[in-house]
Design a protein around this ligand. Structure first.
Ligand code: 2BA
Ligand code: 2BA
Length: 130
């Protein structure tokens, strides 16, 4: 029991040590780039979680990376994202109004520039691993 307490308190303290000195980087990238970015992050010893996501506009799949990282390593993570994610033109196919909402009816294909990555950087209150 004592040992368990010790392990738990060590983990908590260890996690709380990172308080105020970490950021959560949320990066939405194209599926085509997600494996390359994943490998680059692992190689750089950067921990991350990948979520399958859907773009609200194109309604097609993209990948959201959640990266909890120390402040001083944020720039390095930005460089990895920049180097591994590229901007591309994507054609949005014409949509039929049949079975769909008339508001979203687009009668002709349109080209959309999808960015290499959309990145949000948020402060982390606490980082705890149990
Ligand atoms: P989607 O929403 O599928 O958008 C794909 C691309 O379509 C966008 O590329 C943009 O060029 C264009 N687009 C989006 N909404 C538009 C609109 N209302 N009118 C005209 N064109 C529009 P990115 O800006 O590079 O965004 C790529 C993906 O990143 C987005 O996929 C979305 O999943 C995410 N994203 C971008 N900005 C965001 C934000 N402020 N908050 C949350 N997610 C965002
Ligand atoms: P944990 O550190 O307990 O992490 C479990 C999962 O939590 C991770 O899964 C990841 O999805 C998420 N995670 C952890 N720290 C994160 C952070 N700072 N930001 C965002 N998400 C985070 P996996 O990536 O599949 O890792 C599973 C286990 O493999 C990890 O357990 C760790 O023990 C080990 N591991 C991960 N990356 C490593 C690396 N670069 N070198 C050595 N061991 C690693």
């Amino acid at each position: 029991m004592d040992r368990l307490k010790k392990v738990v308190s060590f983990t908590l303290t260890d996690g709380l040590k990172g308080m105020n000195s970490m950021k959560m980087v949320i990066a939405i990238v194209q599926d085509k780039d997600s494996n390359r970015l994943s490998h680059a992050l692992v190689e750089a010893n950067v921990r991350a979680t990948k979520l399958a996501s859907t773009g609200g506009f194109l309604k097609s799949g993209n990948t959201t990376f959640m990266i909890g990282i120390e402040d001083e390593r944020v720039d390095g993570v930005m460089t990895l994202i920049k180097e591994n994610c590229q901007s591309r033109e994507q054609v949005m196919a014409p949509m039929s109004s049949m079975g769909g909402n008339a508001d979203s009816y687009v009668p002709y294909p349109i080209e959309v520039q999808v960015g290499g990555a959309t990145v949000f950087i948020l402060p982390i209150d606490q980082f705890i691993q149990f």
